[in-house]
Design a protein around this ligand. Structure first.
Ligand code: SAM
Length: 335
């Protein structure tokens, strides 16, 4: 059995949200100023044991890359120990274990995460200006995030990426500053700065005017740096460029202006245990209830394949997504 959908796309990449809770309130990630988020009760969230079991099943179906995300993964207790257990799944076919974090608790955990076998770390940072950082994230924690990045660099993670969601009138004047920061911060390890186009989710204030197309950012970067395009894997979502004469590279996630549905190889497992085949489509099937009712591995595999059949060929146009209230917010799906 393999994870091939109705459009012949082979899936080998699973993103697991380990919690829907977060210690930031980024306005683009959760419904507008919603401080009273309806967190799922703890007993509705998958346990680490359940995530491990499901991960093994996905690996048995051909998944070789797992990314841990959230919510904020580091607010879940004992995450490094869980990653260590997941890392052992390399013996059955897992090749890459990655995590995306807002970096707030990273200084405390970087060392144990590095020891756990985690190799690929994405850290989100949308602004280097304290006031603006607070406006975007609802919290004044920029110094903690910077310390977190510093700690990750110090620990020698082989791959460190900085995720920057660029939003018109919010932080689009910081593109060069963030590249400059990465160039100065890096040591032996290389740092990749990823500029992400702003995507629409329920109540996040998206409109097309707020999207800065990647071509515009590329032009700005090229006005200062000589770039060399890097070859990417067929299923890669980023357009990657080396900055000549530097260990820093830049990438563009062009979800809005050049979507990559035709090569999508990703599946998501939400913190409450649903398999979600497309980020922008509300379809999902709960694996948690099946697992808790004692379903066999074969039944779970068949359910995963059934969920894959729900994956659309391509997601709806952005304007329609912005008006859609059926899909969950990013924080609930897991970015
Ligand atoms: N809490 C972690 C963090 O902040 O990195 C992991 C979860 S977060 C949902 C994962 C990534 O999704 C972050 O880099 C965040 O910037 C990105 N993201 C969230 N909402 C987005 C949106 N509307 N458009 C583009 N990227 C978004």
């Amino acid at each position: 059995m393999q994870l091939v959908d109705s459009y012949n796309r082979k899936h080998s990449y699973l993103r697991i949200s380990v919690t829907d809770r977060c210690n930031l309130r980024c306005f683009y990630c959760l419904p507008s100023n919603d401080e009273e988020i309806a967190w799922k009760p703890k007993n509705k969230l998958l346990t680490f044991e359940e995530m491990e079991t499901l991960s093994s099943i996905f690996i048995g179906l051909g998944v070789d890359k797992i990314r841990i995300t959230g919510g904020e993964p580091l607010v879940r207790n004992n995450l490094p120990e869980f990653l260590e257990r997941l890392g052992k799944l390399k013996s059955i076919g897992l090749k890459t274990l990655a995590m995306t974090t807002n970096g707030l608790l990273l200084a405390k955990h970087a060392e144990s995460l590095r020891k756990s076998g985690l190799t690929h770390l994405n850290i989100s940072i949308d602004s280097l200006q304290a006031e603006r950082f607070e406006k975007i994230t609802g919290r004044n924690h920029l110094p903690d995030v910077l310390q977190g990045i510093e700690a990750a660099i110090e620990c020698g993670f082989p791959s460190i990426k900085l995720n920057v969601v660029v939003i018109a009138g919010v932080n689009d004047d910081e593109v060069l500053d963030i590249i400059d920061y990465a160039r100065k911060a890096q040591r032996a390890n290389s740092i990749n700065v990823r500029f992400i186009e702003f995507m629409p989710f329920v109540g996040n204030g998206w409109n097309i005017e707020k999207v800065i197309p990647y071509t515009q950012i590329l032009k700005e970067v090229e006005s200062i740096y000589k770039l060399t395009p890097l070859l990417a894997e067929p299923s890669a979502v980023a357009k990657d460029f080396a900055i000549n004469g530097s260990n820093t590279s830049v990438s563009f996630i062009t979800s809005m202006t050049e979507s990559f549905c035709n090569t999508c190889n990703r599946l998501r497992l939400t913190a409450d245990g649903s398999i979600k085949p497309c980020l922008f489509d509300p379809s999902e099937i709960s694996l948690r209830d099946l697992l808790r009712s004692g379903a066999s591995i074969d039944v779970l595999k068949k359910t995963i394949l059934d969920a894959l059949k729900l994956k659309p060929e391509a997601h709806d146009p952005a304007e329609e997504l912005a008006a859609d209230h059926k899909n969950r917010s990013m924080i609930q799906i897991g970015g």
